[in-house]
Design a protein around this ligand. Structure first.
Ligand SMILES: [Zn+2]
Length: 442
């Protein structure tokens, strides 16, 4: 399966076997056709979906494997010997506290499912979802309303918990209480007293039996949708390759992965998952339904989005009733308005900048005189190089306050000092607003 990763993309001229062509629109039509077959009594449950962390990042859940923005980066404060230790069963046995600290951040209920999760729910509502294979442990598919028996949580999840020694199940409420109270739950069997943990697969643990029981399902699929995964963790990464050659495989991801794109019926929808899902739903004629479904996962936050879609649809209908001349006339008028609006915004922005700098300059003058009075003498001036001694801390603090991009990271070694204000060069903030330096007329 590793070889599939390095397969070249299918040649543009290669004809498709199942789809009309390799486009989102063709996949949309196929979804619609599958739905129709289901309605006509044929077994329609023919879509397998495979997902990873990328479908949950827009929900605010950090990506485990991303070194800069990921969870691992936040683990330093837990004093772990190495970041992965938090999910290592041997480490957990000795010290379960770091995991339970982290579990507080990850425990279901804090995050809202994304529209991508709702899309999977929609596939189920349409009667065409065969199975969802997910690597995520966040339970957002469940929260979006996908029933548990349609989900294979390949790396486990927070949905169940048990004793790591005797495997006895532990009550959900007990786990919620433990997580809230930051304590480590113990086996309900007092004689065992083993540690309890959510059934998330740790390093050094087997994948759940249901993964192996279902792993051949992709061979039965008529359509495979892969979303938000780098397909880098085996054996999960091998699932798409199990699909039959003629089964279309659609990849919604930031980049091409896992050899998807190498077969005649592979379709790549590269970019943000939520945007890709909206395209796919639109192509199937389901967008409004999808937005409505997603809105129900957090009605107060989602109503505006629904309104937006409804308006776009109305607008489209209105335009479909207009003649070509009328459309042209409207387009010209619209362009005129846009030019005016741009000019107006530019003017306002310039005015805002001017006022903003005038304010900044005044504030700096005040700070300088305050520092001179309170911290004393020659050293305190912001903008003078080589601040020293007692003045150092005060001046540095003021520099940070008045210039927020100077974070602690700048450090003393490459300390940036705000230059004295130069009236002619736009306030010396060219490094913040580069265009100021170029346009001396400002
Ligand atoms: Zn036990």
């Amino acid at each position: 399966m590793g070889q599939e990763n390095s397969l070249p993309l299918v040649d543009e001229d290669t004809p498709t076997q199942t789809l009309e062509n390799r486009s989102v629109e063709a996949v949309g039509r196929m979804l619609k056709a599958l739905e129709k077959r289901g309605e006509e009594g044929e077994r329609g449950e023919r879509v397998v979906v495979m997902t990873g962390a990328g479908i949950s990042t827009s929900a605010g859940i950090p990506d485990f494997r991303s070194p800069t923005t990921g969870l691992y980066a936040n683990l330093a404060r837990l004093n772990l010997p190495y970041a992965e230790a938090v999910f290592d069963i041997a480490y957990f046995r000795n010290n379960p506290l770091p995991f339970y600290t982290l579990a507080q951040e990850l425990y279901p209920g804090k995050y809202r499912p994304t529209i991508t999760h709702s899309f999977i729910r929609l596939l189920h509502d349409k009667g065409i979802l065969l199975k969802l294979f997910t690597q995520n442990i966040d339970c957002l598919e469940r929260e979006a309303g996908v029933p548990g028996d349609k989900i294979v949580e390949a790396h486990g999840s927070f949905a169940r918990q048990s004793c790591i020694e005797c495997k006895t199940a532990y009550p959900e409420q007990g786990m919620k209480d433990a997580i809230r109270e930051k304590r480590v739950p113990r086996c309900v069997d007092k004689a065992c007293n083993g540690l309890v943990k959510p059934e998330i697969v740790f390093f050094g643990e087997q994948l759940p039996a249901e993964f192996f029981a279902n792993r051949d399902l992709p061979t039965q699929a008529h359509l495979c949708i892969v979303m938000g995964t780098s397909l880098s963790v085996q054996p999960f990464a091998g699932l798409p390759a199990l699909c039959r050659e003629e089964t279309p495989r659609v990849l919604l991801n930031m980049e091409q992965v896992g050899g998807i794109g190498s077969r005649p019926d592979d379709v790549l929808v590269l970019g943000d998952c939520d945007a890709g899902v909206r395209k796919l739903a639109e192509a199937a004629g389901w967008l409004e339904e999808l937005e409505a479904l997603w809105a129900r996962t957090a009605p107060e936050k989602a109503a505006w989005r629904l309104e937006e879609v409804r308006r776009a649809k109305e607008e489209e209908e209105r335009k479909s009733n207009m003649t070509a001349d009328e459309l042209m006339e409207e387009e010209v008028a619209k362009m005129g308005r846009e030019v005016e609006e741009t000019l107006r915004l530019e003017k306002e922005q310039h005015k805002w900048l001017e006022e903003h700098y005038a304010g900044k300059r005044a504030a700096m003058r005040e700070q300088n005189s305050w520092l001179e009075e309170h911290v004393g003498g020659k050293a305190a001036m912001i903008g003078t190089e080589g601040t020293e001694n007692a003045a150092e801390d005060g001046a540095a603090a003021v520099r940070r306050d008045s210039h927020p991009e100077f974070t602690e990271d700048s450090g003393p070694s490459d300390e940036k000092v705000m230059r004295p204000v130069d009236e002619d060069s736009g306030g010396g903030l060219g490094h913040v607003f580069p265009f100021l330096a170029k346009r001396s007329s400002l």
